[in-house]
Design a protein around this ligand. Sequence first.
Ligand code: CO
Length: 173
Amino acid sequence: MAVLDIVTYPNKILKEISRPVERFDKDLHKLLDDMYETMLVKNGVGLAAIQVAVPIRALLIDIGDEEGKQSKDTLIEVINPEFLEWSGTQKDKEGCLSVPDYFDEVERYEKVKVKFFDRFGKEHIMDADGLLSVAFQHETDHLDGHLFVERLDYIKRKKFEKEWKKLLKKRKK
Ligand code: CO
């Protein structure tokens, strides 16, 4: 397994619309394995393939167990996801490995029903609420070229742009 480079904002790659996965083959499995390694090393709870510059509709979610401990048992591999139902709203702090060190509250649906495929092409339907629901929505946004900071209201977005410039400067030092 290998740790991959993560593409960060404002790289234009993140705006690409990812294409559906058609082959559930060894190459896909290797990518998913490398993505998992990368996500754990970077302390993420989700990672979409486009964040490692591969524009396919594949993503990982691992929000961990009750104590937040991540493992292969709590990992969900999500290919070609599609929302079937959604309801309610919730507001929670989100972060993103492509927008490192910035966190802010985003409004999302409270509950979602998602259809997706696993790495072997088997179909799954899952009901999610709370953090898991947020993760599905956040990661699926990546597949359509969107970042959570685009969902901030005008004032918060301005605040983000300002803070982001500062963070970039700091990182260059
Ligand atoms: Co993200």
